[in-house]
Design a protein around this ligand. Structure first.
Ligand code: ATP
Length: 820
């Protein structure tokens, strides 16, 4: 099958990762892969006759590349998959990267919009922002005449399947194109433009859509491609603005994208620790909202707050659908409160920059699924849109998703805001409510009755992880809103024994959201160091509930406290563990705070290392990651950075494995064009093997690479634990913290109803908050224990095992070894 892939509408980070994944997985399935440059416009323009000859030049290039391979085949240890070596190079990545450049190396793409590509043409694309094959808004494709030309151009090249990555407009266009296809090609036949044979071999166009949009405005998918990166860009900007706002005691109004959807504004607000947000789906409830806003800011300032950050989505509006503009808010604050107020419009900076880890991993998984959907497509099957729901890659009928999206716009227009908000899904609503809980100063009326108010202990354990401080800030703010007392325990359980406990207040945690590390201080001490003394301190501080934020030690601590209930009444209080560890090794949860931050750190470091490796052309870098005896970070990192090989503790390293890997690398390098060899990276988790350490592996590759490649190593070490927490870790931190607090409240209420006996807390009241298939589940710590591999400090279930195979497939290891 011949499959073409196009990017259309506004560009978004992650589109290149889609193209790379589609091209590579298509080739692995034996398909011929093409790209369409400049979106639908390229489809309409096609390849002009005159340039078709020049196109032959590209085929010549392909042949010469194949000949290069053949010539140096003697260097290869064996003959790899013929289909793959034939498909290594066609358009030449360099040529495509130059987009509209008229001529590169004597060849040209001018006038050629539909270009065949090979495996190596898309090498390294996942790390680049925007779309390397270009995108455009095409007026001509909106007309049937344009689509007729597009159909002809596809038939001319023998292409019978199309994968489009774009927004709802692009996907609608795609669906129209597919439904019209039979009549389009019949018309082409009737007018004699195509032959009967061409008609017969193109009766059905297989089509599949992926959503590339920074607004995250598409229904029936939890995330659109590019939206997570846009949140990164906005958060970086807000973090920068925060310090200057604080210095000058200013107010800043930050305008972010989102004409119809407030997702970016909400997530940026939660991650950036903003004070107010204005979004299209939920206009301010109080009218006039200006009074309410000024009253709240006055309260903040009276407390001593020096800065005010307000985020406004482009499409923000009031209850009468009157737009709320950043400049207007500025005037309100300046005139009514005399605040030095500035407006920052982030504009197109939100679209740019390198894709974050999530915008490399998800588009890759979705691109692979799109090819599967194309291969399974039959004339009767609907056009699918590939999305993600509950952490699973999904296929949904494309027009159903577009229709649901348009319905939200209709609900907003008809001022049915409650239903508009509900139609955005529970995640959206959850983030919105989370923002409200941690940003506003509430008065007495928001507090719980006295008997339900608690003294909450908050403790960090284990190594630091991104999001620990954000979570603590959220817990403290939620506590204050509800009338609880948030008690920070400094320096873990050792600090508790030393009486290092103090009450947090609303303002003292204000700036904690973007801070890395652990503001409370953390260490690996467990309650078992002196469980009796720990119980005495629980009693002395009269804790009614405890939140433990940390990694495997957090889970162990909760387990010991729960087991301690047999002897110590002070532990008969609701207690919870919020997993926070870069290793993501807490059993039964797919996500821990800090794992996204460390993945992003890894991706940034690997991009830089790979650049250095590529500059030296034929260098292999062995990169060592942390992660303890859990291969999560190494595996996901490999997928996000296009690592050629990955070593994990779960699979270990054996001599046989290394022999194969050397063979693979030698063969792979033998097939690179001479003088254009690329750097490659290998990721090795620190605990993959005691014997085959990173230096041993590096020396071995260096020796075995001979004249084909050399090897160097780099250890990322503790860099993965530190730095600024990623926005995704921050928003999860806020949301999960609030859920933890609600868990404590529910069980405290039950305990109060039973007269505070302090001797009958059941196992359910000591639980770990877990994410399983994107759903939040409370698991009693004893059950977590049953799923734990205590010796290796990880869960028994390695849910990401399949991802390792995929990462290796996209590096073509099995194909080059003839193992597939
Ligand atoms: P973004 O979310 O960034 O705006 P989009 O895909 O929604 O992306 P649009 O400009 O709406 O962007 O659509 C991109 C292209 O898709 C259009 O320029 C047009 O070529 C095609 N298209 C959109 N709607 C239709 C339609 N109803 N019929 C045919 N083609 C369409």
């Amino acid at each position: 099958m011949k499959i073409a892939v196009a990017t259309s509408g506004g560009d978004s980070a992650g589109m290149n990762a889609v193209v790379r994944a589609v091209v590579r997985s298509g080739i692995l399935k034996g398909c011929e892969m093409w790209v369409v440059r400049e979106g639908y416009e390229g489809l309409v323009r096609g390849n002009s006759q005159a340039v078709q000859n020049e196109g032959d030049l590209i085929n010549v290039a392909a042949q010469s590349a194949a000949m290069d391979g053949a010539a140096i085949m003697k260097d290869a240890d064996h003959v790899p998959d013929q289909n793959l070596t034939h498909n290594l190079r066609f358009g030449d990545g360099e040529l495509l990267k130059d987009g509209t450049a008229e001529s590169v190396g004597g060849r040209t793409l001018k006038g050629r919009y539909i270009v065949r590509v090979g495996w190596d043409d898309v090498r390294g694309w996942y790390s680049q922002g925007g779309t390397l094959i270009g995108t455009a808004r095409s007026a001509s494709f909106r007309a049937r005449e344009g689509r007729l030309a597009a159909a002809h151009n596809l038939v001319k090249e023998g292409i019978n399947a199309l994968i489009v990555c774009g927004g709802d407009g692009s996907l609608t266009g795609a669906d129209i194109f597919r439904s019209e296809w039979p009549s389009l090609i019949q018309e082409l036949r009737d007018e004699g433009t195509i032959s009967e044979e061409q008609l017969q071999s193109h009766t059905h166009l297989r089509l599949c859509g992926l959503v590339g949009s920074i607004d995250n405005d598409m229904s029936l998918t939890d995330l659109t491609i590019g939206a997570p990166t846009a949140v990164h860009r906005i958060s970086e900007a807000i973090d920068n603005i925060n310090s200057t706002a604080y210095s000058h005691s200013r107010a800043f109004i930050v305008e972010v994208m989102g004409r119809d959807c407030g997702w970016l504004a909400i997530l940026a607000g939660v991650a950036g620790g903003a004070d107010f947000i204005f979004i299209p789906e939920r206009p301010p409830k109080v009218n006039p909202w200006e009074d309410d806003l000024c009253a709240e800011i006055k309260k903040h300032r009276a407390l001593g707050k020096r800065k005010t950050i307000i985020i406004v989505a482009e499409g923000a509006q009031d209850l009468d659908l009157k737009p709320i503009r950043a400049e207007y808010i500025k005037d309100v604050l300046t005139e009514r409160l005399g605040l030095d107020t500035r407006v920052t419009t982030l504009g197109h900076t939100q679209r740019g920059g390198p894709p974050c880890a999530m915008d490399r991993i998800l588009p890759t998984l979705q691109g692979v699924e799109a090819v599967e959907a194309i291969l399974e497509s039959k004339p009767g099957t609907p056009t699918y849109m590939i999305g993600i729901q509950e952490n699973k890659i999904t296929r949904v009928p494309l027009m159903q998703a577009v229709e649901a999206t348009r319905n939200v716009a209709r609900l907003i227009k008809s001022k049915d805001f409650d239903n508009a908000l509900a139609a955005r899904g529970s995640d959206f609503l959850g983030y919105y409510e989370a923002f409200g809980s941690v940003s506003s100063l509430f008065d007495e009326s928001s507090k719980l009755p006295l008997e339900l108010r608690m003294r909450i202990g908050i403790i960090h354990t284990g190594a630091p992880a991104g999001g620990m401080n954000t979570a603590t800030r959220a817990i403290a703010r939620y506590c204050i809103r509800q009338g609880h007392i948030p008690l920070a325990i400094h320096n873990g359980f050792r600090g508790l024994l030393d009486g290092n406990v103090n009450e947090l207040n609303w303002l003292s945690v204000d700036a904690w959201s973007p801070r890395g590390g652990s503001e409370l201080g953390t260490n690996r001490c467990l309650p078992s160091m002196d469980i009796g003394a720990v119980a005495a301190q629980f009693q002395a501080y009269d804790f009614h509930g405890l939140v433990i934020i940390g990694g495997f030690e957090g889970f162990q601590s909760l387990l010991q406290l729960e087991q301690g209930r047999k002897h110590y009444p002070a532990f008969h209080i609701p207690m919870t563990h919020l997993p926070a560890t870069i290793s993501n090794n807490v059993p039964m949860t797919e996500y821990s705070l800090g794992s996204d931050t460390s993945l992003n750190t890894l991706v940034t470091a690997c991009d830089a290392i790979k650049q250095s490796a590529s500059a030296s052309r034929d260098r292999v870098f062995v990169i060592e990651t942390q992660g303890g005896r859990c291969g999560y970070i190494a595996t996901m990192g490999a997928l996000a950075t296009g690592a050629t090989l990955v070593y994990t503790p779960e699979d270990g390293i054996s001599l046989d494995m290394l022999r194969q890997d050397v063979k693979f690398l030698r063969t792979r390098y033998a097939f690179d064009v001479k003088g254009k060899r690329e750097g490659r990276i290998i990721i090795r988790n620190e605990a993959s093997s005691d014997i085959y350490s990173t230096p041993v592996l590096t020396k071995m590759f260096e020796e075995e690479g001979g004249h084909l490649f050399d090897a160097r190593s780099a250890s990322l070490g503790h860099t993965l634990q530190g730095g600024v927490p990623s926005p995704m870790d921050r928003v999860h931190a806020v949301r999960l913290s609030i859920k933890c607090m609600q868990f404590l409240e529910v069980h405290h209420r039950e305990s109060v109803a039973q007269g505070h006996k302090r001797n009958n807390a059941d196992g359910d009241t000591a639980a770990v908050i877990t994410i399983q298939s994107s759903s939040l589940k409370w698991v009693p710590v004893q059950e977590v224990y049953r799923h734990a591999d205590m010796k290796n400090r990880r869960g028994n279930d390695t849910w990401w095992a399949g991802i390792k195979k995929l990462a290796e497939n996209l590096g073509a290891k099995p194909q080059f070894l003839g193992l597939h």
